[in-house]
Design a protein around this ligand. Structure first.
Ligand SMILES: [Zn+2]
Ligand SMILES: [Zn+2]
Length: 350
């Protein structure tokens, strides 16, 4: 089958290659891809700017919606079932995190499209513990966005509790930032400010369409002015760093109020280069947030099924696998919040 493979560590070392089809296996679900979302992390790996370990050569992709083509003998699945898969391809199953349902922190967790082959191919095999049925009425393109929505849900609902009326600031207008704006809205935030740059003009419009009450472009506006103009003027109750840039963490310390919370979702390899004294002086809580678990997925699928999450504005374009570079490029240059790849069958990949 054709697959999108990162084969080296230079900028651009990604190409479509032929790899063997995975074989059906007892106890594992074999899934044929329908739609696979492009993650910002895929774009980083294309450019070799990732700050997490990867195992090469590697099939990229981890945001997959598809259909069961072999149940592996598991009674809870039938051929043709529409499903989505979580990203933890394997975990140890016996550490304290696995045994208490927090397997996203298993020390032996291996994620699709990072440490094991991922989803940009016709078929992918998964253990049943991470396969969820797509609710009736939810299309594959929306279902493929479950994963980034789960990242935002974990950060804004599971790691940080938003109180009704909170002022929430989100740094970054990519897919995670836009999903975070929606989660803030659903969780009952008051003002929701999304911060981007001039490159993000189109994405800030999407953020506004799905939940942001204010958008700020750093090239023309000062976010401090916007945030101090809200509520009691003391700053944000919650800041979400969905960029990973060190400058964003410095800015979040300016924007957060005393006793506020910063949720850090974005990865960034740079050293900080500034003092964390404001964290001490304001007694701020800095909360990292990583991945998601079974219950995150079920809740988010409900939010998609009930249309609480608005996903049409988030999808900037649908591309065949052969046009992957265009799909990745449209996210890199800020045209699309999210590109999705559809069409993995041989007829569309020759
Ligand atoms: Zn992702
Ligand atoms: Zn474990």
């Amino acid at each position: 089958m054709k697959a999108l493979v990162k084969y080296g560590i230079a900028d651009g070392d990604v190409e479509i290659r032929d790899i063997p089809d995975p074989s059906p296996q007892a106890g594992r679900v074999l899934i044929e891809a329908d739609t696979v979302g492009v993650c910002g992390s895929d774009v980083h790996m294309w450019r070799n700017r990732q700050s997490w370990p990867v195992s090469l050569p590697l099939v990229l992709g981890h945001e997959m919606a598809g259909r069961v083509v072999d149940t592996g003998g598991l009674p809870e699945f039938a051929d043709g079932d529409r499903v989505v898969t979580e990203t933890a391809q394997s975990v140890c199953g016996h550490c304290g995190y696995c045994l208490t349902g927090r397997y996203n922190h298993c020390p032996e967790r291996r994620g699709y499209g990072a440490l094991v082959d991922g989803a940009f191919s016709r078929y992918m095999s998964a253990r049943p513990q991470i396969v969820h049925h797509i609710p009736d009425g939810v299309g594959a393109d929306h279902a493929a966005l479950t994963e980034p929505a789960c990242v935002a849900y974990n950060a804004l609902v599971e790691r940080v509790r938003i109180t009704s009326g909170d002022i929430v600031v989100i740094q970054g207008a990519g897919a995670i930032g836009v999903m975070a704006a929606q989660m803030a809205r659903i969780a009952g935030a008051g003002a929701i400010v999304v911060i981007g740059t001039a490159r993000d003009t189109a994405r800030l419009q999407v953020a506004q369409a799905v939940g942001a009450t204010h958008v700020v472009s750093l090239d023309t506006d000062d976010p401090e002015d916007t945030v101090r103009g809200l509520g009691d003027g003391l700053g944000a109750h919650v800041v979400v760093d969905a960029t990973g840039a060190s400058a964003a963490l410095a800015q979040s310390l300016d924007l957060v109020r005393p006793l506020g919370v910063i949720a850090k979702v974005g990865w960034g390899p740079q050293p900080l280069g500034f003092s964390l004294d404001p964290l001490v002086a304001k007694a701020v809580t800095l909360a990292g947030s990583f991945s998601h678990t079974w219950q995150t997925w079920e809740r988010v699928l409900d939010l998609i099924a009930t249309s609480a999450l608005l996903l049409d504005p988030v999808i900037g374009g649908r591309y065949p696998l052969t046009a992957w570079a265009e799909a990745f490029g449209a996210m890199e240059d800020g045209r699309n919040v999210k590109s999705v790849i559809t069409g993995f069958a041989p007829a569309s990949v020759t």
